[in-house]
Write a protein that binds this ligand. Structure first.
Ligand code: CMP
Length: 139
């Protein structure tokens, strides 16, 4: 059975480049309902915790530095088959490999600075959503 929620962040590169509005428009036009959203900046501790699964990767330091350098938009999105459909909407991790029309193809600049995050499983969507939002912040 597939879940109906996923978690996303509009990352610091996309915020710096003024793409918040265009990205939210793509997300809602694709049929996702925003059930939680906040504009915030990750602390070093937040970023290290959120990306703990990548802590042994060679790019971990770069990833943490990037994700803490400016504000992000964090959101929980609702739609049937949310995780899979959202990953299709954002495209491949590396924008050079992302399909035409996907959010990363349109707005990302590199594999590290790739504009948006999307959960990779229903389990991680729930973990990542509750990392950023208390139950009373989800509508
Ligand atoms: P995301 O899939 O949202 O979460 C893990 C992030 O690690 C990924 O987006 C990229 O921002 C980053 N990442 C993955 N692979 C690389 C890489 N080879 N070099 C730098 N950053 C990477």
């Amino acid at each position: 059975m597939t879940g109906n929620r996923t978690f996303t962040m509009i990352k610091p590169d996309a915020v710096e480049n003024g793409h918040i509005g265009a990205i939210l428009e793509k997300i809602t036009a694709a049929g996702f309902k925003i059930v939680a959203m906040k504009y915030t900046q990750l602390s070093l501790r937040d970023a290290k915790g959120f990306y703990a699964v990548h802590s042994e990767r060679p790019f971990f330091g770069e990833l943490v530095e990037f994700m803490t350098r400016g504000p992000i938009v964090a959101a929980i999105l609702e739609k049937d088959n949310a995780v899979e459909d959202f990953r299709a909407l954002i495209g491949a991790t590396n924008p050079a490999e992302a399909a035409e029309g996907t959010i990363r193809k349109l707005f990302a600049t590199s594999i590290g600075e790739n504009a948006v995050h999307g959960s990779d499983s229903d389990e991680n969507a729930a973990i990542e959503g509750s990392f950023h939002f208390a139950g009373r912040e989800v509508y």
